[in-house]
Design a binder for this molecule. Structure first.
Ligand code: SF4
Length: 331
């Protein structure tokens, strides 16, 4: 029986339908899964009218990483987080930068199990200040995250998600209650990009970012400007407008450079396109725009919105100068 495997667990968010299918309510795909079949992401299965996850503690990575690399620039700067991932994804991005894990279908027969306690002990051993579920979509580890976050909180560690933001509100609420402190959401483009390329609803990540902010979770937005997909002025302008409308001027937004990967071979994002996004965001009133994947660019730094001085200087994802006092003023 596969249900005896430690990486196979009952999943809390689902509804039984009259025809024997089960509706998964973890992400907004809301897959209606027939008996003995898996949902879109291939990590959840309907067995006997119950929803099971196949990836509980089936970890593809356990690594201590700087929080800036996520990127989170306004959350525990200079700290490190024990970072974990599993397999598969609920999005089909052809340019996926982590395709080696996101395009792998989990196999509970051969999976190895890592308990949440092990992850916490590794964090403490490394001197990490928090946890992060990242690399592939963290919702693939939703059930595990709930247990991990509660245990991490008990040890005074922070908890973060690096996500496409496509969770249901119910899932986000459970994560919040379990101890989610920081949420980085990848916005893939305007609603047209979501509809045409991802077969998804482009309003969901913004709804969730807004919800998370209201629940006191630290939020940062990242847009990978993919050549020919999301690097047009029209798409960039839409994202900036939505960002300001939904999240306000103080929420950081990162425009990051894409490189060819997986099944998408267009050249890397032109630097001028990234600079356009940064400058446009500034002009429209975003206080903390950033560029990413362009090491050494001055737009990686944090500038004081009051006096314009560079108060946090970065190189790549490392902080090289920090000029802010304990009460959050320029030195
Ligand atoms: S988490 Fe997976 S199974 Fe559940 S709704 Fe999303 S894609 Fe479907």
């Amino acid at each position: 029986m596969l249900t005896n495997k430690p990486t196979v667990r009952r999943s809390p968010l689902h509804a039984k339908l009259e025809d024997g299918r089960v509706e998964c309510r973890i992400c907004e795909r809301r897959c209606k899964i027939p008996e003995d079949e898996r949902g879109y992401c291939r990590t959840r299965v309907n067995w006997g009218g119950e929803l099971y996850t196949l990836t509980y503690g089936d970890l593809s990575a356990v690594e201590s990483r700087p929080i800036e690399i996520k990127p989170f620039f306004h959350f525990w700067p200079g700290s490190t987080a024990i970072t974990i991932s599993t397999w598969s994804c609920n999005f089909p991005c052809p340019w996926c930068q982590n395709w080696h894990i996101s395009k792998t279908i989990p196999n509970p027969e051969t999976a190895s199990y890592t308990p949440p306690e092990y992850v916490i002990s590794k964090a403490i051993e490394h001197g990490d200040e928090g946890t992060c579920v990242s690399f592939n979509e963290p919702l693939m580890l939703f059930e595990y995250s709930l247990d991990l976050f509660k245990k991490a909180r008990e040890k005074r560690l922070y908890n973060t998600y690096v996500s496409n933001g496509y969770m249901t509100t119910e899932a986000l609420e459970l994560l919040t209650k379990a101890g989610l402190d920081g949420l980085k959401i990848d916005v893939k483009g305007d609603p047209e990009v979501y509809r045409k390329v991802l077969n998804a609803d482009g309003t969901v990540p913004w709804r969730n970012a807004e919800y998370a902010l209201k629940r006191g979770i630290h939020v940062e937005i990242v847009c990978l400007l993919v050549t020919g997909i999301s690097d047009s002025e029209e798409v960039i302008d839409w994202i900036i407008e939505e960002h300001l409308k939904r999240l306000g001027p103080e929420t950081p937004i990162h425009f990051t450079r894409y490189y060819p990967a997986y099944r998408y071979g267009e050249p890397p994002t032109k630097i001028e396109k990234l600079e356009y996004a940064y400058e446009r965001a500034r002009k429209e009133g975003v206080l903390f725009p950033y560029l990413g994947n362009v090491a050494g660019h001055p737009y990686e730094n944090t500038y004081c919105p009051g006096c314009g001085k560079a108060v946090i200087k970065r190189y790549g994802y490392s902080v090289v100068k920090y000029k802010i006092t304990k009460d959050k003023r320029c030195k």
